[in-house]
Design a binder for this molecule. Sequence first.
Ligand SMILES: NC(=O)c1ccc[n+]([C@@H]2O[C@H](COP(=O)([O-])OP(=O)(O)OC[C@H]3O[C@@H](n4cnc5c(N)ncnc54)[C@H](OP(=O)(O)O)[C@@H]3O)[C@@H](O)[C@H]2O)c1
Length: 384
Amino acid sequence: MSVSAALSSTPSYHLTSLPSTSPLSLRFSLSFRENNTRGRLFLSQKQSRVVVVRSQATTTPASSEAVKVTAVPSQMKAWVYGEYGGVDVLKFDSSVAVPDVKEDQVLVKVLAAALNPVDGKRRQGKFKATDSPLPTVPGYDVAGVVVKVGSEVKDFKVGDEVYGDVNEKALEGPKQFGSLAEYTAVEERLLAPKPKNLDFAEAASLPLAIETAYEGLERLGFSAGKSILVLNGSGGVGTLVIQLAKQVFGASRVAATSSTRNLELLKSLGADLAIDYTKENFEDLPEKFDVVYDAIGQCEKAVKAVKEGGSVVALTGAVTPPGFRFVVTSNGAVLRKLNPYLESGQVKPVVDPKAPFSFAQLAEAFSYLETNRATGKVVISPIP
Ligand SMILES: NC(=O)c1ccc[n+]([C@@H]2O[C@H](COP(=O)([O-])OP(=O)(O)OC[C@H]3O[C@@H](n4cnc5c(N)ncnc54)[C@H](OP(=O)(O)O)[C@@H]3O)[C@@H](O)[C@H]2O)c1
């Protein structure tokens, strides 16, 4: 390497004179740094010429790993509540400790999150007996980038783009530090690679809702050639139940309920019959279904809409036999299984037209979700 090349390409350099071995020669060293490369040239001036007598250079791999791991701060911005209640208990805090990662966890730099009704119910203290201790950073759904990995993590490395529901059991001990923060620590088994065609906001809209949709259909024993009625086809879960029933399970016929304004959406998602619940009682229709997926809490009516021997999965509200309650389990393997359907566009995320809400608008986003009028998912992005 010539001195001029080193000088012309080095954004920083430092010249040091070294002890001379003879009165006729001068010795210098020139330290330089350029991008990932640091080096030192040992120079000697003999008469009118300067020559390089030795050079050293080390290049740090340009892996995002080193860069991103060292970039993780000790504190982060997050939304926190220290008592149960309405949206007014939510407080913005710019100095929450970044969570540690356990052996089987990765630390995710959160780029987008989504709200679920369970976030609101949890904040209201509806399952405080099985909740983690307060104060709570809420948030189940996340999409972001891995910035640190635990010692036993096998499937992810720093820099990977991931998505998932951070709480394996929705109602039993959900994490104290959820996804409505700059960083969240998550077990690798709960995550999957982010579908390549989706942005972070779209990816964050999916995990809890699509896992609920898929696992609920499995629990119903749903399979190709069967018919299904989806109650609340326009919400976060229902929009995905319609699509999965049709595209993944091979339903013979899909019917779904919503108010008048969402009927076209139901059809665009693959519903063969869109029922306006403001005008018709689905349980009074002559048509009966193999299964009903109840995502609104109308199990008593739902059991009247199934054929003899049919079944009803009830996500919420009182259960009337043969209906049964089901609670989602977060599972990255389900997301991995569904990624090809998402990447091919057969199954699409449905994000509410009012979203994304900014991180600063979290209370507004919660209030909107709690009107029970959201269409698809309420997403928070970017974060922070
Ligand atoms: N057990 C579990 O594991 C589990 C998992 C996920 C969710 N859940 C529960 O399941 C429920 C649905 O969740 P989600 O995220 O899909 O809710 P969501 O997105 O908040 O649902 C909002 C939708 O509900 C529709 N809706 C309101 N009243 C309706 C009615 N009478 N009939 C039909 N649709 C109606 C609204 O459509 P219109 O504006 O057209 O009325 C709106 O689009 C929630 O109670 C949630 O807590 C349980």
